[in-house]
Design a protein around this ligand. Structure first.
Ligand code: 1CP
Length: 355
């Protein structure tokens, strides 16, 4: 494996492993994105996926928030939808609309249209972006890699983009459970290769985004989503060991899955991400003492005046405690938010948790 600059800030990794920290680590989901004028400037000139596919550009955008704020982690600039693309689906990012698939999966027979990729070739551009970014970070903070969880990716592949109900994708779960399992397995296998490749390339923590967990309930989540999540964590770590690589901590963020927090706590993931609708004290009871929690300020809390953001942070510190906690929002930051609010959030997490 390539030699990288020495890591100078290991708060994120220490918190993920349950070790003591000198202050709680903090990063922000979607920290590299449209709320930053320097991102919008680059985006005006280049297509979204073109940026993802160009390591120098993806690296530059990854570093933008790190230059501005005292964040404790960088997350590689990419998207969960690069996996459906790797499986042969065409996806475009339409400004003001979001992702649009040209031919979503309609019937179980459409699974045969997917091509099983050689991940190391097809997604090499992500690995190259990660390696370049590790060097350019100069050890300032660790670099997070990520992927979309199988159910969330399956739902995009069937819905063809965002959806208010996920009813087309959920119809598969009820009408075509076998085909659903087949599709989920294809995505799980690709995800395992993809995440291991990210670690080989230099990722120091991996996050699996199950953003569409909120559309499922406990029964369907246990049947279709959770087994894939558990398998990914186990297989990735087994492969890292088999390759002689260090095991990296893994985070599962299953948005809206209150109903499954106890199961997620026992799923083998080191960190469980929380959205803002759950009380941290309640979440801690459900996941148990041996995992790290991540979250969970309501993203819209960043619209509040800075004194109110500070007050909320104080409350979060009381609820989460300063150990086994990675501070974050409960979901991604919105494009119309003021970068200064991010600064207030980040700095107050540090000032209220510093030893
Ligand atoms: O967090 C970061 O800064 C890293 C970059 C990142 C990540 C982790 C982006 C850049 N996307 C993601 C993950 C992602 N993508 C998720 C999981 C997290 C979440 O729940 O938000 C999801 C669901 C997507 C899919 C996606 N990509 C959407 C949602 C569509 C919908 O309505 O369902 C959208 C709008 C995107 C586009 C996108 N991805 C990232 C950025 C900066 C943007 C905006 C694109 C633009 O400039 O037009």
């Amino acid at each position: 494996m390539a030699q990288f600059p020495k890591l100078l800030n290991d708060r994120l990794l220490r918190a993920a492993r349950g070790e003591s920290v000198d202050a709680a680590p903090v990063w922000v989901m979607r920290q590299a994105g449209r709320y930053l004028p320097e991102f919008r400037e680059m985006r005006a000139e280049a297509d979204f996926f073109k940026i993802c596919q160009t390591p120098e550009l993806a690296c530059e955008i990854t570093l933008q928030p790190i230059r501005r704020f005292e964040l404790d982690a960088a997350i590689i600039f990419s998207d969960i939808l690069v996996v459906p693309q790797a499986l042969g689906m065409k996806v475009e990012m339409k400004p003001g609309v979001g992702p649009v698939f040209d031919k979503p999966l309609v019937n179980p027979g459409d699974i045969d249209r997917l091509t099983i990729p050689d991940v190391n070739t097809v997604l090499k551009y992500v690995f190259d972006a990660i390696t370049l970014t590790r060097h350019k970070l100069e050890g300032k903070v660790p670099l997070i890699g990520f992927t979309g969880a199988p159910w969330t990716l399956m739902s995009y592949m069937i819905e063809g983009g965002g959806s208010k109900t996920q009813s087309k994708a959920k119809k598969w779960l009820y009408q075509h459970p076998e085909a659903s399992h087949k599709l989920l397995k294809i995505i799980t296998d690709v995800n395992v290769e993809y995440l291991v490749g990210q670690v080989r390339a230099g990722a120091q923590l991996l996050q699996v985004f199950e953003s569409n967990a909120e559309y499922l309930g406990p029964v369907e989540f246990s049947k279709f989503a959770l087994p894939c999540l558990i398998e990914i964590n186990r297989r990735v770590k087994d492969k890292l060991v088999a390759e002689g690589l260090d095991i990296v901590p893994m985070t599962v963020f299953a948005k809206g899955a209150h109903y499954a927090l106890a199961e997620l706590g026992g799923s083998g993931y080191d960190v469980v991400g929380l959205d803002w609708t759950i009380d941290p004290t309640e979440a801690r009871k459900l996941v148990g003492p041996n995992v790290t929690l991540q979250g969970n300020l309501d993203p819209c809390g960043l619209y509040a005046p800075s004194t109110d953001i500070e007050a909320r942070v104080k409350m979060m510190v009381q609820q989460f405690g300063r150990d086994r906690w990675i501070a974050n929002l409960g979901h991604g930051i919105y494009p119309d938010m003021d970068p200064e609010s991010v600064e207030t959030f980040v700095n107050s997490i540090h000032s209220h948790t510093k030893l």
